[in-house]
Design a protein around this ligand. Structure first.
Ligand SMILES: *Cc1c(COP(=O)(O)O)cnc(C)c1O
Length: 428
């Protein structure tokens, strides 16, 4: 084993350090395997119940009327998320697109959108119009209110209550932390917030940005009252195989509004050929629970590695998880770039290139991204990214298999030592 690691650039002291950390995690990994077992059965049951057949994998083209593969995958998602309906489409380009469709589908001029749990994901700033942008909700006269978390990262229930007016049509809650250092919200916490909001104003439409959260817990936000859950297929539910796509699951009338926005008023869900992606949508979804488990183990392994070395980690090494994101505060630009180099050098694809920070569309500071993925930009595959700004935290996620996630983390540690951010003696 050690020879294989050495061949791939990992020195013995780094390997030994990893073995010691891994040993301490046996029980936690068992719990994660149990969660995967539960969610595997949930997915299997949805596939059986909705009679997934070989015909679902056929290529379709043109308008895509009566596209069996598409219609069935949408039923399967609705079963899994315990919702009335779902949109699952290759024509949804990414998570931001899915969220934008949901917001634009539901909201109308004069409505107000509330974010009761702090700042939404960076790319939504332009969708909403927090940062001025062409075609934002703000341009259509849809206003936005945000209630920040308290100092202890709790929901500010008093302020939330005060912020709700008759104009408040919709609330958006982001499960995963995104590029923030707050904790991600567990299903239990999201449930409390939804209950609170609906008690004040029963008609409020609650959307949860579920990116990175799927299959981490037994329940999904839609099991605890969310009217819409939204995510990306090149994250968890695509299982690493979906080559593109996003999903929106929720109440039937809301899904129809979203479909009218996605395609066209009148056409809605009825059009949109699925081309040849359906087999990957199904197979990826089928693998997703165990892939998510691999990513979770990798995240926990990395938190335990880096916290032992004195770096602050969010979530910390012992915390319960509700998403697959691990952030490690490396505290310097060299720290984050070295970490990302290590992840890149651990990839099966493009391992020979070196990532550098760039001005990525939709983000307000330079971002460095490391990914050598089979699906370009896929972040259920081993990947890391970091905005180049204080506190110089890297966001690490994915790993289609745990052995690969583990190797990536060890390679990042090796790189921190090679670049002088850490010394080999620090491992003792
Ligand atoms: C990734 C992500 C998004 C946006 O998804 P893209 O596919 O990158 O457009 C939105 N919200 C959260 C929490 C995310 O993690």
């Amino acid at each position: 084993m050690i020879e294989m690691y050495e061949k791939l650039g990992i020195r013995k002291s780094v390997y030994d350090f990893g073995e010691k950390i891994e040993k301490s995690l046996e029980n936690r990994f068992k719990t994660i395997d149990k969660m995967a077992e539960y969610n595997q059965l949930k997915v299997l049951s949805a596939m059986q119940e909705n009679k997934v057949s070989e015909a679902c994998f056929n290529y379709t083209s043109g308008y895509g009327y009566n596209d069996t593969g598409r219609e069935t995958i949408e039923k399967v998602y609705a079963s899994i998320f315990n919702t009335e309906d779902a949109l699952v489409r290759p024509s949804i380009a990414c998570g931001t697109h899915a969220l934008s469709i949901a917001l634009n589908g539901v909201l109308r001029p004069g409505d107000e959108l509330l974010s009761p749990a702090g700042k939404p994901y960076d790319t939504l700033e332009e969708v909403i119009g927090i940062r001025q942008s062409t075609g934002s909700l703000a341009e259509y006269g849809i206003t936005y209110k945000q209630v920040d978390l308290t100092k202890d990262n709790e929901f500010d229930y008093e302020a939330i209550k005060k912020s709700i007016t008759p104009k408040t049509k919709m609330a958006t809650i982001q499960r995963s932390k995104g590029y923030q250092t707050r904790p991600s919200f567990s299903i239990e916490k999201i449930a409390d917030l939804i209950k609170f909001l609906k008690e004040i104003t029963p008609d409020i439409i609650i959307m949860v940005d579920n990116c990175y959260g799927e299959f981490v817990e037994k329940l999904e936000p839609s099991d605890v009252g969310a009217d819409l859950v939204v995510g990306s297929l090149i994250k968890n539910p695509g299982g690493g195989l979906a080559p593109i796509g996003g999903y929106i699951a929720g109440k039937k009338d809301l899904i129809e509004r979203c479909a009218f926005r996605l395609s066209s008023p009148g056409l809605g869900k009825e059009v949109g050929a699925s081309l040849s992606v359906m087999k990957e949508f199904y197979q990826g979804l089928f693998l997703a629970p165990t892939v998510v488990a691999a990513a979770l183990k990798s995240a926990i392994f990395s938190a335990n590695i880096y916290e032992s070395l004195g770096f602050k980690c969010f979530p910390d090494k012992d915390e319960e998880r509700t998403d697959i994101i691990q952030s490690v505060v490396l505290g310097s630009k060299l720290g984050v770039t070295s970490f990302c180099e290590g992840i890149q050098y651990a990839a099966p694809v493009d391992s020979y290139v070196t990532p550098v920070p760039w001005d990525m569309p939709g983000y307000d500071s330079e971002v460095i991204m490391a990914a050598g993925a089979f699906v370009s930009g896929s972040s259920i595959e081993l990947s890391a990214d970091a905005p180049i700004r204080e506190p110089f935290a890297v966001y690490f996620q994915g790993g289609l298999t745990y052995p690969h996630g583990k190797f990536g983390i060890l390679r990042s540690l090796e790189q921190l030592i090679r670049n002088g951010v850490l010394k080999e003696e620090d491992l003792n």
